[in-house]
Design a protein around this ligand. Sequence first.
Ligand SMILES: [Zn+2]
Length: 548
Amino acid sequence: MSVLLHNGKIWRSGLKEGKDDRFYDWILINDAGLIEDCGGKGHRPPEAARTIDLGKKWVLPGFHDSHIHILWHGNFLADHVNLKCPNSMAEFKEKLKMFLEDPSNASSDEISWFVAYGFEQGPLGRYPTNTDLDEVSADRPMVVYHTCLHVGVLNTLALRMVGFDENSRPKDDKIGVYPSGHEMEGRPNGLFKESALAGVMSKIPSLRERNKKSILSALNDCVRLGITSVHCLDANCWEAYVELANENKLPIQCFFSTFHDDFVGTNRPKVAGETHGPLLKCSCVKIFTDGALGSDTAALSMPYKKTDPGQEDNFGILFYSQEELTKMVKEVDKCGFQLEMHVIGDKAAEFAVTALEKCRVTPDKRPILVHCQILTHDLVRRMSKLGVIAAVQPQNVPLDARWVRDKLPEKLQECMYPYKTLLNNGVVCAGSSDSPAYYPNSLVGIHDVILQPDAPQGSTSPGCFQPKEKVTFQQAIDMYTSEAAKTDFAENFLGKLEIGYYANFVVLETPKENDGEFVDISEKPESLLDTKVAETWARGKKIFDATE
Ligand SMILES: [Zn+2]
């Protein structure tokens, strides 16, 4: 059945800034969920089986989140396992006990592990240990994740199940041990970091059913936020996605990117570009190259600022040598997969770019660098030459910029969050949330990349972090729609409201002016923070309505 939506401010992508024909007045959707026709005010709309009056509301293309951890987002939405920063060790244990007693966390044969998320060591005074968790439960294997997800703590039973007992004396600095002088000196204390944590978690028996539930709740949350397609990354989850696709449960299009650990394992697609139904595809492999700024582990070309003069120089952590990384890149590229590399510091970006150059990865392969928080001009130029896509998270700016500035040497501060510089050099910038790092509200991301406030909403007198890196409204919208779609080679059918594209769009409830008219969000981007998603449409069907 054809549907005509008219009397709207339907945003047209790819037009020059400031032109008056920025909008279509109507779009016609056909049975296949594609845009059949569209027109401005002067063009008489055609007849359709169903006609909907948009009441002059703004309509944008559906958002494409170009880097999001759907499973983790779902896990964080689940209140019954989210720790949300307890203020003391006693409160932390109390909360965990409560979670364990919650019937939705009941143990079964299939899902016996208990997993919780979101602690921070600061308010607890220290990292919890296996013995802390044993006090909560000694007879159920338990893992508790730090809010950064790069650190987890296991109880003693869980430790035993993944191969550590009282005779273990691990020598890996990613595995925590009790300090000298402690009665359990040298034994594992339950703490695992980075690849050691990933290794341990991969030994957990199937969590697939629970993962599927989390994935669905996260995707449905995305729908409420106007996201109609995602580039998603979840460890050990490909099979869960495939089952959901086969059960016809995926509400929106998922472009899956497989972690390198899974790529060399079994829970992965057999070939690059493997699809399951119309909504699931995997063409991409993700490699970590460095840590993060929060933990001073992002790899920098010059040392972090010292908090006391006696400190040794810290350049952050590179996960692989240049040779190792180049070898991995070559392998992934040879198998026909698109490359995606986590780079936060400029040194990590340098390693990634060098690996791509050495392997002669061609621009048509569209390698992705995720985060790109610090880039020198030389790196931007090389990225442009390589056809690299920068998957960025502008929500970094208000939330992190100030404390990041305190950590970085002056010279690197100039190179932070270089959105406009990337665009000016012809690098595709794709907007994303990296949820659960940031809540996947693309409207907030669009706001942040246009205005670049240097402090979170509600702070007194925020300024602009780096005026030279501000982008225009049009560029910001494109970053979260048509440009983001390029991450997944989908720009010919996603991210624009034009003939032949999927009718994926979002109807907005923008604030009103005094005269009752909706605010022009391109003129007043600050109003994006008060803008709500009224409806989300995907493939010509309304999949969310705020009034229902
Ligand atoms: Zn990520």
